[in-house]
Design a protein around this ligand. Structure first.
Ligand SMILES: [Zn+2]
Length: 237
């Protein structure tokens, strides 16, 4: 195998190394994003509950106004009952009074029910605030360590890129262009081994003619099926 081709294999290996690091970075970013989303969801929950409390409080106010009206109504009825003369009139006023009283009792119950809801929502929000504090702390901790790891991985990538630039100098420009064209679609498998007479990019058998050329190892060879650059590893068939 000629030296230049060995450099190309090295270059291809370095590209593979980079392609293995990149998913690690995006995995880290996903973890961080997940934690940030959790915080966002809790904040949204708190806001929704706050709006809910305000709405319920308005509802309580409405019921209180209604209660005032009802008690004025009841006073009027009481006045009327004093003026009632016949039994029929007394009965009629009695019915009015019963209705007003039951409305008052119903409205009072409704206010109590709404106030209970408000208390429940307030205590839920208190819990959510605690949860938010914990999540924020977790995020800060996570963010510190993950950002450090991402930085390390990016440093690794930059080092590999430097090695690539250094190595590329030893590879003929034409060959480099050829490789880069294949790399565009084959990504990190632009240069692959041949094992058991099969291309390790597309896993198709290669022709005897190509295989014999490969064994001579003088030239750059490509797979008959997929067009990737192929080579035979030393001491391996
Ligand atoms: Zn192939």
């Amino acid at each position: 195998m000629n030296k230049e081709f060995e450099h190309l294999i090295g270059l291809s290996q370095l590209n593979q190394d980079i392609s293995e690091i990149k998913p690690q970075i995006s995995n880290h970013e996903k973890v961080l994003k997940k934690s940030a989303n959790k915080i966002e969801n809790i904040k949204n929950d708190i806001e929704t509950t706050k709006e809910n409390i305000v709405n319920t409080q308005q509802n309580v106010s409405k019921n209180n106004t209604h209660l005032k009206d009802l008690s004025t109504q009841l006073k009027d009825i009481t006045k009327k009952s004093k003026k009632a003369k016949t039994q029929k009139e007394v009965n009629a006023v009695q019915i009015e009074e019963d209705i007003a009283k039951s409305s008052i009792s119903f409205t009072n119950d409704e206010i109590t029910r709404l106030q209970n809801i408000i208390e429940l929502k307030k205590s839920q929000n208190k819990e959510k605030q605690e949860e938010l504090k914990i999540e924020k702390k977790l995020f800060d901790k996570l963010s510190k360590s993950i950002k450090g790891e991402i930085k390390e991985l990016n440093t690794k990538i930059n080092e590999i890129k430097k090695q690539k630039t250094a190595l590329a100098k030893y590879v003929d420009k034409k060959l480099l262009n050829f490789y880069e064209n294949i790399q565009r679609w084959a990504k990190e498998t632009a240069v692959v081994k041949v094992k058991n007479k099969a291309c390790y990019g597309c896993f198709m058998k290669i022709s005897n003619k190509t295989y014999n050329l490969l064994k001579l190892g003088n030239d750059i060879n490509v797979c008959d099926s997929c067009g990737r650059i192929i080579y035979i590893e030393k001491n391996i068939d």
